[in-house]
Ligand binder design. Structure first.
Ligand code: ZN
Length: 350
């Protein structure tokens, strides 16, 4: 299946049924209860790990708020003009504010965006009784933006519901948190993620492998599935297997090739290196307990142990962590990769 077929639909279509959101039964029940009792607060804060469906759930909630005759007062009917507008991602009373990307991948929400949002909130709704405004990654507001949003939350300018979404609750002002009803989301169950992957065309075994590596994030699992994540895992383990015989020519060639992957894929590759090394530590500790991340690669990882005593694994982990940190900064990737490979080779030669 082609990558674009498995990626979550982005802006052209929204799913607006509660059961289109994987997991989170308790949170959905709570929201439906508040909706049916007409007690939904004017500002909600959805918190929890990346890729577990917070924003998608925010859209269903918005559809329910805007629907002309929601079923049981809590579920979008799917037929009224409002629901159809939500489904086609074109509802005039629903707006999503996303961080803007500046320069080298830095993302930020500035005060100008919050001001626009506040003006929007003050206008009469066009189609429904109120407006719903969702701010994704709200933790990326800078200070002026945060203060501006706080003022808006304290004195909402019109009939408006705010849905704030974040994976980094602690980065928010306490005063903003206290103006919202918080709703915390946990990670998804492995079986649920595997089932969702199978639905999208993955083979059972592959789905189970990816689900085990996804850390409970469907977003990450889909990304791995779409981008051939298992190939990158294979490449990471192969790198460890070839580390002792790594020559300078290969180092230069590999760094040049991997620079073209881009930061996200490199981050994934480093994550696999990190997980492989940590699994090797588990093998040392207790050869009989299941590995944390890659049980299905046990034999390959075990075969590496004679060349990598615990001391070396810790040194290699430090190299990988350092590189993971640098990846987020504005550095020359090719030089950094060369440096990483040389340092890791040094460790393995010691
Ligand atoms: Zn409807």
């Amino acid at each position: 299946m082609a990558a674009e077929e498995v990626a979550e639909p982005q802006e052209r279509h929204f799913h607006i049924r509660w059961d289109s959101i994987l997991g989170h039964g308790r949170q959905k029940d709570e929201l439906r209860r508040l909706l049916s009792q007409g007690r939904l607060p004017h500002a909600l804060l959805l918190t929890g790990p990346e890729g577990v469906g917070k924003k998608l759930l925010g859209r269903v909630l918005a559809a329910a708020v805007l629907c002309e005759h929601p079923a049981d007062g809590a579920a979008p009917c799917g037929r009224c003009p409002s629901c159809r507008a939500m489904e086609s991602a074109s509802h005039p009373d629903y707006y999503e504010l996303l961080p803007e990307v500046r320069g080298k991948g830095t993302r930020i929400i500035r005060i100008e965006s919050i001001r626009e949002l506040t003006e929007l909130a003050a206008r009469y709704p066009v189609m429904s009784d109120r407006r719903v405004l969702l701010i994704d990654e709200v933790d990326l507001m800078n200070e002026p933006a945060a203060n501006s949003l706080l003022k808006t939350l304290e004195e909402p300018p019109g009939e408006v519901t705010f849905i704030l979404v974040t994976a980094a609750r602690s980065a928010l002002l306490d005063t903003i948190i206290s103006r919202c009803m918080p709703l915390a989301f946990g990670v998804l169950a492995r079986e649920d993620i595997a089932a969702a992957l199978v639905k999208r065309g993955a083979a059972g075994e592959q789905a189970a492998e990816i689900a085990a590596l996804s850390d409970g994030s469907l977003g990450r699992a889909l990304q791995m599935y779409a981008s051939g994540g298992l190939e990158r895992r294979d490449s990471a383990i192969r790198f460890l297997e070839g580390l002792r015989s790594l020559g300078m020519t290969t180092i230069w060639r590999e760094a040049e090739a991997m620079e073209k992957w881009g930061r996200e894929e490199l981050a994934e590759w480093l994550l696999y290196l990190n997980m492989s090394l940590r699994d090797m530590l588990v093998l040392y500790e207790d050869g009989s307990s299941p590995l944390i991340y890659q049980e299905d690669c046990r034999a390959r990882l075990a075969a590496l142990l004679p060349d990598f005593p615990v001391r070396k694994i810790f040194l290699l982990l430090a190299c990988v962590k350092e590189m993971q940190k640098r990846l987020g900064t504005n550095v020359n990737l090719r030089l950094q990769l060369e440096g990483l490979f040389i340092r890791m080779k040094d460790v393995s030669d010691r």
